[in-house]
Design a protein around this ligand. Structure first.
Ligand SMILES: *Cc1c(COP(=O)(O)O)cnc(C)c1O
Length: 401
C-alpha cells in the first residue's frame, strides 16, 4: 500500500479483519491484570525503557493500544519508522526538548515559530539555552553542546518557508526537528529532506474537526524510545478517546486538505486584489528564494495564509468583528474557516521587537481556510473587508486631544 490517500484510510487498521472489527476498538483501561508476575515485570521494564509495546500493557501511562494504533498510522503517513503521540502539540515539543536536554544544553531555532513554542524555548523552562538564528546562520552557531535544531515550515503565522534540506546539511550530526503542523504529509514529508523529528500539532489538520487536542512526533525507533520514556515519566498522554477521534480524522485528511487547499488558492488571489489588503502571504504566491523552497519541498501551498491590512490594527479588529460564516478564533486546520489576529492572540507572548522583526504586525490577519463552498467563504470575507474600507473613509474620532 503506497499511495498516501489509501494509507490515510487504512493505516493503523491492518489487523481489523483478523480481530473482526471495522472501527478501531477504544481501550479505556487504566490498568491491566498481571497474574503472571514474571511477564508483568518484564513488560514493565520494557515499557519504561521506551519499547513500543510489551506482552502486558501494565498501566495506561506506559502503553495504550488505541493510541498505539494511531501512532502506527501517523508514522506510515509520515514515511517514518515510529511515532509517539502526546496530549497536545506542546506536550510533544516538551518531550523532544527534555530528551535533547539529556544530550546537551543548547538549541538553535529559526523564528518565527508558533507563539507558545517561542515561549517554551525563550523561557528556558526545559533548562535549555535557545538561540534564535536565521536559517543561514545555523552552521556558524553550532556548539559542541548543541542538542537540537528546530524549524517550523511553513512558519506560523507568516507562512515563511525554511529550506529543510539546507538546514539538515548545516546541522551536521545534530538532529533537526521540523514542526510541519501547517503542512500535513500529503503536502510535505520532511523525512525526504533529512528531518530527524517531524512534529505536528495533531489538534490541527490531522484530526481536522476542532474537537481533539493532540501532538505527534515521528522519528526513528531509536529516537522514539527516549520520547516514550519521557511520556511515561511526565504523563503527557494522549487520551484513548482523543486517539480514536484523531485516527478517524486521518481517514479524510487528504480529502479535507485537497478541498481546503483548492479554496485557499482562490481566496489568496482574491485577497491580493482587494483594496483593503496590502499583501498576502501564501506559499504558492511567494517569490524569489522562498518560491524555490516551495517548489523543492512542498506538493501544494496548504490552506493557511496571512494577509496584511492597509489600515492596521483597527482594520484587523473590524474584520474579526464582521465575519459571520468564518469563525474568529485561534487554531487552524479544521473543516471550517478560522480567522485570527497573531499579534493580539497566538503570538502575543513574543516581545514587540521580535514580532516586528518577523513581520507579525498589528495589521496581520491569519486565515485557515475550510472546506465550505468557496463563494460562501469569499462573500463573508469580502463583506468583512469592505467594512474596514468604509470605516476608514469615515471621519475619525480622536482618542485624545
Ligand atoms: C498549534 C500549534 C502548536 C501547538 O500545538 P497544541 O496542540 O496547541 O499544543 C505547535 N506548532 C504549531 C505550528 C501550531 O500551529
Amino acid at each position: 500500500m503506497s499511495h498516501l490517500d489509501t494509507l490515510a484510510v487504512h493505516a493503523g487498521r491492518e489487523d481489523f479483519s483478523r480481530i473482526g472489527v471495522h472501527a478501531p476498538p477504544i481501550d479505556l483501561s487504566t490498568t491491566y491484570p498481571t497474574p503472571d508476575l514474571a511477564i508483568g515485570t518484564a513488560s514493565f521494564d520494557a515499557l519504561v525503557a521506551g519499547e513500543a509495546s510489551a506482552e502486558n500493557p501494565i498501566y495506561a501511562r506506559l502503553h495504550n493500544p488505541t493510541v498505539a494504533r494511531v501512532e502506527n498510522a501517523v508514522a506510515q503517513l509520515e514515511g517514518m519508522p515510529a511515532c509517539v503521540a502526546f496530549g497536545s502539540g506542546m506536550a510533544a515539543m516538551t518531550a523532544v526538548l527534555l530528551e535533547a536536554k539529556s544530550r546537551g544544553n543548547h538549541v538553535l531555532a529559526v523564528r518565527p515559530v508558533y507563539g507558545t513554542s517561542d515561549h517554551l524555548l525563550a523561557s528556558g523552562l526545559c533548562g535549555l539555552e535557545t538561540e534564535f538564528v536565521n536559517a543561514d546562520e545555523i552552521a556558524a552557531r553550532l556548539r559542541a553542546d548543541t542538542a537540537l535544531v528546530i524549524i517550523e515550515t511553513p512558519a506560523n503565522p507568516t507562512l515563511q518557508l525554511v529550506d529543510i534540506a539546507a538546514v539538515v546539511e548545516a546541522a551536521g550530526s545534530v538532529p533537526v526537528l521540523v514542526d510541519s503542523s501547517f503542512a500535513p504529509p500529503c503536502i510535505q514529508r520532511p523525512v525526504n529532506f533529512g528531518a530527524a523529528y517531524v512534529l505536528h500539532s495533531a489538534t490541527k489538520f490531522l484530526s481536522g474537526h476542532g474537537d481533539v487536542m493532540a501532538g505527534v512526533v515521528s522519528c526513528s525507533e531509536q529516537r522514539a524510545k527516549p520520547l516514550r520514556t519521557v511520556r511515561a515519566a511526565t504523563g503527557a498522554l494522549l487520551h484513548p478517546l482523543a486517539a480514536y477521534l484523531l485516527h478517524r480524522g486521518l481517514a479524510t485528511l487528504n480529502l479535507r486538505v485537497e478541498r481546503a487547499q483548492r479554496n485557499a488558492e482562490i481566496i489568496a488571489l482574491r485577497l491580493a486584489r482587494h483594496p483593503a489588503v496590502a499583501s498576502v502571504h501564501f506559499p504558492s504566491l511567494h517569490s524569489g528564494s522562498q518560491a524555490e523552497i516551495y517548489r523543492k519541498q512542498m506538493q501544494g501551498p496548504g490552506a493557511l495564509m496571512a494577509f496584511e491590512l492597509k489600515c492596521g490594527y483597527d482594520a484587523a479588529a473590524t474584520v474579526l468583528a464582521s465575519v459571520r460564516l468564518c469563525t474568529p478564533a485561534v487554531s487552524l486546520g479544521a473543516v471550517d474557516t478560522l480567522i485570527q489576529h497573531p499579534a493580539g492572540l497566538t503570538h502575543r507572548v513574543l516581545t514587540e521587537a521580535a514580532r516586528e522583526q518577523h513581520g507579525i504586525s498589528d495589521g496581520l490577519v491569519r486565515l485557515s481556510v475550510g472546506i465550505e463552498n468557496i463563494e460562501d467563504i469569499w462573500l463573508d470575507l469580502e463583506q468583512a473587508l469592505n467594512a474596514t474600507v468604509s470605516t476608514d473613509t469615515m471621519p475619525r474620532v480622536q482618542a485624545s486631544a
